[in-house]
Design a protein around this ligand. Structure first.
Ligand code: GLN
Length: 512
């Protein structure tokens, strides 16, 4: 059996029927990763495979076997109580798993062991899922290619000369490369959707507050959310059902209603919704972007046609403030990052570089040696825009632009159900081609950051392949708390385009 192409629901079905065991699953995925590491260019989606996953899998198998003695109904009941029993998943290296290393792709945290589980992890554990390993990322989630990781870059499973995107590139590469059924990433400005688009899979960023941030290392707290990557919308919807909901430890968490996702637990099926009469807004600003690749524009036109053929009503809308999103995002994200990263002082977390000349020396040496160039650049910019001389021109202005973005996006959703646009102006770029040009790297997120600024949910869906064989992603964005409906629209798209997922899986499977 080819485990690498299995979806989460297929895996779950086979665990329920007894066709496979959790041990065989974990062993097989381990083998896929280990074999891949022997390639001249390994994917490097995972930077660590946990050594206790097999033990956990054996415990799940024992639990299932015990219940199976009492019959089929009892097994179904067990899987209703623990919907992800025996299923391994990947974890971005900035999400805390108790007793495991959590480095955020940085040198400064190379020795940091998480003392507790993030709420999202705890909820997946309660559902019986098995932490399989941690995935590569740009240092502190700052980047769009994973090239800013202290472990070196991950590679795109479709073509290894290309980036898988970032910052959750390790999670995307491992899912698209068939090394795990689903993985967690995080988003501040597009870090789940962009790698999903580049690798040809689905990537979802929830309404702010839907998933608890407790135990997730902060980058820009007012923008950060945990996201999910999978081969189809159901791979996302089921873990979402398990993880969503208010959390005592995170005051910004909220109770998003994800009922249609919860129904998968019982039905083992995710139902699409019809897009007939759905009102879809197309932001004119994005289509006029100078750097928009022709093939992406063409694929976007095809996507629009499909929605029209299904009876959706598409209208082009003017949202002029979208021209300011990248500037606004970088001022706010970097201001918050500067403040969040000040906790890494060589005293409380991770590495300590002490030259013996007092606190200032320790602080400077630890941070100078511990942070990479991109993180330092951002700390400097963040401090600059917050400094008393400039905060009026920069930070406060960015805050008022953000308020306007939020207002205008809310207004759009008074009239429309979905905002449709490409996920990124280009498909994946070659590794090394942007790493020394921060400005062009920042522009990869041209279409994604407004979503985080407006705190709405969004999903990148695979739409096809370019002439060069690289995946193209299209982004669907919904109104606040319409997460489940948005994923159901993605499901409608998925059901109508089985060939897209297949095409990409074939390309990914063939690449070495
Ligand atoms: N690429 C964007 C940045 O570098 C977004 C990162 C993210 O979403 N974590 O800030």
């Amino acid at each position: 059996m080819n485990f690498s192409t299995l979806t989460l629901l297929q895996v779950r079905n086979m665990l329920i029927s007894g066709e496979i065991t959790s041990v065989s699953l974990v062993e097989e995925y381990k083998k896929i990763v280990i074999d891949d590491n022997k390639n001249a260019i390994p994917l490097k989606g995972f930077i660590e495979l946990y050594d206790d996953s097999l033990e956990k899998a054996a415990a799940c198998d024992a639990e299932i076997a015990e219940v199976r003695k009492t019959g089929k109904e009892a097994v179904l009941a067990l899987f209703e109580k623990k919907p992800l029993l025996g299923v391994p998943f990947g974890i971005k290296d900035n999400i805390s798993v108790q007793g495991k290393t959590c480095t955020c792709g940085s040198k400064i945290l190379e020795s940091y062991i998480a003392p507790y589980n993030a709420t999202v992890i705890q909820r997946l554990l309660n559902a019986g899922a098995i932490p399989f390993g941690r995935t590569n990322m740009d240092e502190f989630a700052m980047g769009s290619s994973t090239e800013y990781s202290c472990y070196g870059a991950s590679h795109n499973p479709v073509n290894r000369a290309y980036t898988p995107g970032g910052s959750s590139g390790g999670s995307a590469a491992s899912v698209a490369g068939g090394q795990v059924p689903f993985a967690l990433g995080t988003e501040t400005g597009g870090s789940v959707r962009l790698p999903a688009a580049y690798c040809g899979i689905y990537g979802y960023k929830p309404t702010y507050g839907t998933l608890s941030r407790w135990g997730v290392v902060s980058f820009g707290s007012s923008l950060d959310q945990v996201g999910i990557l999978g081969k189809e919308p159901a791979d996302i919807a089921l873990p979402l059902a398990v993880m969503a909901g208010e959390d005592f430890y995170d005051d910004t968490s909220a109770n998003t209603d994800v009922k249609p996702c919860v129904e998968i637990i019982k039905n083992n099926k995710f139902s699409a919704i019809s897009v007939k009469n759905m009102k879809i807004a197309i932001p004119k600003q994005f289509l006029e972007t100078k750097g928009l690749d022709n093939e992406i524009a063409t694929k976007f036109e095809e996507t629009k046609k499909w929605f029209i053929s299904q009876g959706a009503v598409l209208e082009t809308v003017e949202i002029p403030v979208l021209d300011a999103t990248i500037a606004c995002y970088y001022v706010i994200a970097l201001s918050e990052a500067t403040s969040n990263l000040s906790r890494f002082d060589g005293i409380r977390y991770g590495a300590r570089k002490d030259s013996g000349d007092g606190y200032d020396g320790l602080y400077v040496k630890t941070r100078s040696e511990g942070f990479g160039a991109e993180v330092k650049r951002r700390i400097i910019i963040g401090n600059y825009v917050l400094s008393s001389n400039f905060s009026g021109d920069c930070y406060k202005k960015a805050m008022s632009v953000r308020a306007r973005i939020q207002r205008e996006i809310s207004n759009i959703f008074k009239k429309y159900d979905v905002i449709l646009c490409p996920t990124s102006p280009t498909s994946a770029f070659k590794l090394g081609s942007k790493v020394d040009n921060p400005m062009s790297m920042y522009l990869s997120d041209l279409f994604t950051t407004f979503v985080n600024l407006a705190r709405v949910p969004s999903v990148s869906v695979p739409a096809g392949i370019s002439k060069d064989g690289l995946p193209i992603g299209i982004q669907l964005t919904g109104a606040h708390f319409k997460d489940a409906e948005l994923l159901q629209v993605a499901q409608a798209w998925h059901e109508a385009h089985p060939e897209v997922a297949l095409q990409i899986a074939n390309v990914a499977g063939a690449s070495k």
